[in-house]
Design a protein around this ligand. Structure first.
Ligand code: GLV
Length: 317
């Protein structure tokens, strides 16, 4: 029986399924392991089932036991794993696409709405019990019938577009390449990020974290935005230069920012916690029971396929 090191505590049903298929080393206390603990704990294993919180960089990979042949990441993003170095070492890396598309697109809409309609300030005011309705009390920006720019029109970006259309929004996007008319579904392609930013009244960040997208939202690119743009980020903190975003939130380029993901999670830039035109969530994009079950199941399926000699359906390297 193959042996799998599971870095984080999963839902009970998922752990039971893994136990039926493999010998497993579970993390019943759900401790967040350091790189050293992952290396040490997985020494006698054939594979690792990892999570977004695991730092599996080039150095960690170089120190992993030769017996490790697969890292099945229980997430659609795999920026936490140096998948190229893993390939060089003969380690297959997989992710879990599709199953979290809807949950994450739902959260993206929540971020855009929460930010634009001042949900955070509203909650603070409600807590005082002394707020009063008035004609100009906490006026937000209406999302309906506006132009939405989507940066990264993959599965999640397209699911956001579908939802936004129900708000009567006009969809614009920038992507590495133009999509087929069928996938575009009426969305307007912009060849450059500058063109997209200049058009957007709302901006949905849905691109993966890669070396190319690191801090793609920075002082220069933020200057392409119209005054008072609403931005939502359910992708990765790494794609945003926080200092530049904070400046844009203070000078009114960005009306409000809704975000679920952070540079150096779980830490959050202290300025974000001071600003009012912010709507923060603690990385809840895929946090529904159904979705988490599906993600762990899909990672398990990838392990099962790999160990039975097939190419796993979600191999990324
Ligand atoms: C969540 O952030 C994921 O990448 O699955």
């Amino acid at each position: 029986m193959k042996k799998v090191f599971v870095t984080r505590k999963l839902l009970k049903e998922n752990e039971q399924k893994l136990e039926e298929l493999f010998e497993v080393k579970l993390n019943s206390n759900d401790k967040i392991y350091s790189a050293e603990e992952i290396i040490e704990g997985s020494k006698d294993c054939d594979g690792i089932l990892s999570s977004v919180t695991d730092p599996i960089n080039a150095e960690t990979i170089s120190k992993l036991s030769q017996s490790i042949k697969i890292i099945a990441n229980g997430a659609v993003g795999f920026g936490n794993i140096d998948f190229k170095i893993a390939r060089e070492k003969g380690i297959t890396v997989t992710n879990t696409p599709d199953v979290l598309t809807d949950a994450t697109a739902d959260i993206q809409i929540l971020l855009l709405l929460g930010a634009s309609r001042k949900a955070y300030e509203g909650r603070l005011a409600a807590e005082t019990q002394s707020w009063k309705w008035s004609w100009d009390f906490l006026l937000g920006k209406q999302m309906s019938n506006k132009r939405l720019g989507i940066l990264g029109m993959g599965r999640i970006g397209r699911a956001v577009a579908k939802r936004a259309k129900a708000f009567g929004m006009e969809i614009h996007y920038h992507n590495r390449s133009k999509l087929s008319p069928e996938l575009e579904d009426g969305a307007i392609y912009h060849k450059t990020l500058k063109e997209l930013f200049e058009q957007s009244e709302f901006l949905s960040v849905n691109c993966p974290a890669t070396p190319e997208t690191t801090k793609i939202i920075n002082k220069e690119t933020l200057s392409y935005l119209k005054e008072n743009t609403v931005v939502g980020n359910a992708a990765r903190g790494d794609v945003v230069d926080d200092d530049a975003m904070i400046e844009a939130l203070k000078n009114g380029t960005v009306f409000a920012y809704g975000l679920d993901v952070y540079n150096g999670e779980p830490k959050i830039h202290p300025e974000y916690l001071k600003l009012k035109n912010i709507f923060l969530l603690p990385h809840l994009g895929s946090a529904t029971k159904r979705t988490r079950w599906d993600m762990a199941y899909r990672a398990t399926k990838n392990l099962e396929q790999f160990f039975s000699g097939q190419k796993p359906q979600d191999q990324v390297n």
